[in-house]
Ligand binder design. Structure first.
Ligand code: C2E
Ligand code: CA
Ligand code: CA
Length: 564
């Protein structure tokens, strides 16, 4: 936004410079016209002045036409500044010629007045056309609401005005699902209806703008005389305006919910761009606490944004300077403690020795799309590290990597996996991909399709963090999953006397078996957890009790021992 605004300002400056140059040019042509006519009245011929055999009328006509063209160019460059100057110049010229008709009694000059009038008319028409198209550019083509450009203009004006106002950042929660399921035309129809509902729900003095695909911003001016909870109440009304209502289109009922972020001027920020960014952050917070909610911006969120920016810079630098490395955590059969394989886990250590945990950097990498490059790097490094140990006759060990669910639905992902496995000479049957169920909710159909294609390659598929509950049974039964990993948070809760928690984990394990998958319990730390896991007939164990994530040389040793 900032860059765009700077560019706009620069090109506006250039246009204004050109307009001033054209104004000087116009004044000069006008002076020349007057001069030529004066000299001709004094009986001095044109050929003696310009060296050409040319009549006074032709010469003044040509100069007037050039002046007219200059006026039109000014108007096109900037209909406000250029158009106004052009109209002013033509008006002054017309009046002065008009006066001379009376003072000099030169009726011939009436022709000049007609020419100026025509010139004036064409500038007016051009100015009007430019104004209309500018107004159109301030509108969103789909919903007819004002657009982002318009928002910035209004927001800047409001911040300059100085009185308090509020901003709501509105975002639909499941719009991607509607687009994916019903198609883009249906999605557009939903957006139009949502825009109408929100426009109706807002108080008269407020305005709403469409600023992105399914993102809207509402500006609520003059909040100083309103009750303290005015904005949050309004956010509730905006949420209610769309929640639990059917939206149009022929291919079935569509429901949408919205998440809203709230900021106040000047309490949260005074800079227009910061206000928008903070409102966006507050909206994301609301979304993360479970969608269909509003959230008010607070100070701690700005610290979080600062940290996110810092982390993104660290990740970029880490890619560049190879601060990433992999560790491998062993998995064993629950009964005999036989080595099953390893899960690769990514680590980041900066050149200053600062460790950043994947729990912190992976979500940032996902947000900024850096995850695509990271996942590829991990697949390549892990397969390279393990290929010699895996490529032995009778090998039963597997190597798993974590892949962001956002990545597996990306076009070309399956081909990338295939290519790396071929290039690194790694057997697909020993390669496992772990995906979390939670991220797949948004585009389940696409995820299932990608999983099926991965299965065709021969890759093993594992569902990570299972039991944290997002997928419905109907989706799960359609997924070609080989392994389910019971989430560590569930294993953390089990133990003697934890009847309910133990039963829940039992049920999750049985469910995995029912779906035809093997089950790995993750995060097993002590004997009591282990015995409960064994009693529940869980197939494999991955946890500190039997092995922490380790560097490659230790993993190699473990493999060698297991093969003795
Ligand atoms: P995850 O895939 O669920 O990985 C398991 C996490 O639990 C790992 O944390 C592991 O060190 C930890 N863990 C395993 N057993 C125990 C235990 O007994 N006790 C305790 N306290 N922790 C245990 P880590 O390495 O910090 O990874 C966190 C998450 O970051 C992973 O969760 C995964 O979602 C993500 N991640 C890690 N490496 C990668 C990667 O290469 N690519 C992607 N896309 N995500 C990764
Ligand atoms: Ca994992
Ligand atoms: Ca997990």
């Amino acid at each position: 936004m900032d860059v765009q605004r700077r560019k706009d300002k620069e090109s506006q400056k250039k246009a204004h410079l050109l307009i001033y140059a054209l104004t000087v040019f116009y004044v000069m042509t006008y002076i020349l016209i007057v001069l030529v006519n004066r000299l001709s009245l004094m009986g001095i011929s044109m050929s003696s002045i310009v060296g050409l055999d040319i009549s006074v009328n032709t010469l003044s006509g040509t100069l007037a036409a050039l002046g007219g063209v200059a006026c039109l160019i000014m108007t096109v460059l900037d209909w406000r500044v250029g158009g106004n100057i052009a109209m002013g110049l033509i008006a002054v010229s017309t009046i002065s010629v008009f006066l001379r008709v009376f003072v000099d009694g030169n009726i011939n000059l009436m022709v000049g007045i007609a020419a100026f009038a025509l010139n004036f008319l064409s500038v007016c028409l051009c100015r009007y056309g430019m104004k209309k198209s500018d107004e159109k550019a301030d509108k969103d083509y789909l919903t007819g609401l004002a657009n982002r450009r318009c928002l910035i203009v209004d927001l800047t004006a409001l911040t300059k005005g100085g009185s308090r106002f509020g901003m709501l950042y509105l975002d639909l929660d499941n719009f991607k699902y509607i687009n994916d399921t019903f198609g883009h035309a249906a999605g557009d129809q939903v957006l139009i209806e949502v825009a109408d509902r929100w426009q109706e729900a807002l108080p008269k003095e407020a305005s709403i703008y469409r600023v992105g695909g399914d993102e809207f911003i509402a500006l609520v001016p003059k909040t100083e005389n309103k009750p303290a909870d005015f904005l949050t109440k309004l956010a509730c009304e905006m949420i209610d305006a769309v929640a639990d209502r059917k939206f149009g289109g022929q291919q079935g009922d569509k429901y949408v919910t919205a998440s809203i972020g709230i900021v106040s001027y000047p309490k949260d920020a005074t800079d227009p761009e910061l206000l928008v960014r903070y409102a966006d952050v507050a909206m994301y917070h609301a979304k993360n606490t479970g969608r269909n909610k509003w959230g008010v911006f607070d100070e701690s969120m700005s610290h979080q944004i600062a940290r996110e920016y810092e982390l993104e810079a660290i990740i970029r630098e880490a890619m560049d300077k190879q601060w990433f490395y992999l560790v491998y955590q062993p998995q064993f059969s629950a009964g005999e403690k036989k080595l099953r394989g390893f899960e690769s886990l990514l680590r980041l250590r900066t050149d200053k020795g600062e460790f950043v945990s994947p729990g912190e950097f992976i979500p940032i990498a996902e947000k900024s799309d850096l995850i695509f490059a990271i996942d590829e790097m991990v697949i390549r490094q892990a397969t390279r590290d393990f290929r010699e140990m895996i490529n032995v006759p009778g090998n039963t060990l597997s190597l798993s990597v974590n892949i962001s669910a956002k990545h597996i639905v990306e076009p070309g992902f399956v081909e990338t996996v295939k290519k790396i496995l071929e290039e690194e000479n790694f057997p697909a049957g020993s390669f496992e991909i772990e995906i979390t169920e939670y991220c797949m909710v948004e585009s389940m159909e696409k995820a299932i399709e990608a999983m099926n294609r991965l299965k065709e390659l021969g890759v093993i598929l594992a569902m990570d963090d299972f039991g944290t509950g997002y997928s419905s049974m109907s989706y799960l039964s359609r997924m070609p999953i080989d392994v389910l990993k019971v989430d560590k948070s569930l294993v953390d809760n089990i133990g003697e006397g934890q009847k309910k928690e133990n039963q829940f984990v039992n049920m999750i394990i049985s469910m995995g078996h029912l779906l035809g998958a093997s089950v790995i319990a993750e995060g097993v730390e002590d004997e009591s957890q282990l015995s409960l896991i064994r009693a529940a007939e869980c197939d494999y164990v991955q946890g500190y009790i039997w092995g922490r994530p380790m560097e490659l040389d230790l993993a190699t040793e473990l493999i060698e021992q297991s093969r003795k």
